[in-house]
Write a protein that binds this ligand. Structure first.
Ligand code: AHM
Ligand code: MG
Length: 343
């Protein structure tokens, strides 16, 4: 028998948990459809003229984060905005690539949800044909708000009603939570449909694998230095076993590996990113990934406290991220808490 489709899964989820009403189902299906388009564009690569920087040789295009935009960053953002504008399910969108929230055009009816996304995560990997992804998060629009502004998006991650990511790798996968576990769908490219291929994904509690950009080591805080030194010390060190390291530099790919076989992913505070609060964005990356990881039995902290409890103060706010296998995230967090409160 064929694995069930995303639509069937969402309908069953509504019957079981009353957690996916018709508007939310439409929203998730529209995002999934947009991800299919992005997946097709990525798959064409150089043949589709989609590789390289956006803008012109004289003036490359830079986003609100001050980062050079790739053509696929811009295209993926446009695909997601266009797909979501007309359905009547959204009050507004916010994107990592845009300074301000995107209001739903007046030509269309407005709905009760807010959609946030990182349209193309890991974009430094596009031109070298390594996995990239799309990350999204869904919040409710506060009651009585007809024209949402930045402050209406500033809700802690615990208020997310759904979150997911699509990883464009050897397979295109959609990983989704609506607060009742995590389910993984594989894109059947021949019929253009996402099919449930892993139900109730669970992250093992223990791990011997970590993911961090080691080239930043000299910029880390002291407790982070100590934690990683203890991992690297291996069998003869305080942890008493060897640890392996992986770093794809696409958060979606690193998180997906952890969802599949466990591990810890870390983008800590370091001297280079300290002034900004961290490297990864709370609303577009850390919150949706933390929701997924917790729903899969893992943990996610800033190194000091639970990410989902952080009260956002800015749409493009950044945070340090420690997420993955529960026991390992707790260990890494304790190194920081012990350093902050000695004795
Ligand atoms: P992006 O959204 O601009 O692609 O940046 C986020 C990415 C993450 O996917 C990844 O974990 C991290 O940046 C890699 O950073 P670095 O290049 O410093 O290792
Ligand atoms: Mg990103």
């Amino acid at each position: 028998m064929q694995p069930i489709s995303l639509t069937q899964h969402l309908i069953e989820e509504q019957r079981r948990h009353d957690s996916v009403n018709a508007d939310l189902r439409l929203l998730i299906e529209v995002v999934a459809r947009a991800c299919k388009r992005i997946s097709i564009a990525i798959g064409k690569g150089a043949l589709g003229g989609v590789l390289g920087e956006a803008g012109t040789a004289d003036s490359i295009s830079v986003n609100v984060q001050g980062e050079a935009q790739k053509k696929l960053d811009v295209l993926s953002n446009e695909i997601l905005l266009e797909a979501n504008a007309w359905g009547g399910h959204l009050a507004a969108c916010a994107s990592e690539e845009m300074a301000d929230p995107y209001p739903i055009p007046d030509a269309y009816p407005k709905g009760n949800y807010l959609l946030l996304f990182d349209p193309l995560d890991g974009s430094s990997n596009i031109d070298v044909n390594i996995s990239v992804g799309t990350i999204f998060s869904v919040l409710r629009c506060p009651e009585g708000v007809a024209q949402p502004s930045e402050k209406d998006f500033l809700q802690p991650g615990t208020r997310q009603v759904a979150a997911g990511y699509c990883v464009y790798g050897p397979n295109t996968l959609l990983v989704l939570t609506t607060g009742h576990g995590v389910n993984v769908f594989t894109l059947d490219r021949e019929i253009g449909s996402f099919r449930l291929t892993r139900a109730n994904a669970a992250i093992p509690d223990e791990t011997s694998e970590f993911a961090v950009n080691m080239s930043n080591q000299r910029f880390w805080e002291a407790p982070m230095q100590r934690y990683v030194a203890d991992l690297l010390a291996g069998k003869t060190g305080p942890r008493g076993r060897d640890f392996n390291m992986r770093w794809v530099a696409s958060m979606v790919a690193d998180v997906h590996r952890i969802l599949t076989r466990g591990g810890i992913f870390i983008y800590p505070l370091d001297e280079k990113v300290k002034a900004k609060g961290g490297k990864l964005r709370l609303m577009y990356e850390a919150n949706p990934m933390s929701f997924i990881v917790e729903q899969a039995g893992g943990a996610a902290t800033t190194g000091r406290s639970r990410i989902l409890d952080v009260q956002p103060t800015q749409l493009h706010q950044r945070v340090p991220v420690f997420l993955g296998s529960k026991h390992e995230v707790e260990m890494a967090t304790n190194y920081h808490l012990d350093a902050d409160h000695p004795g």
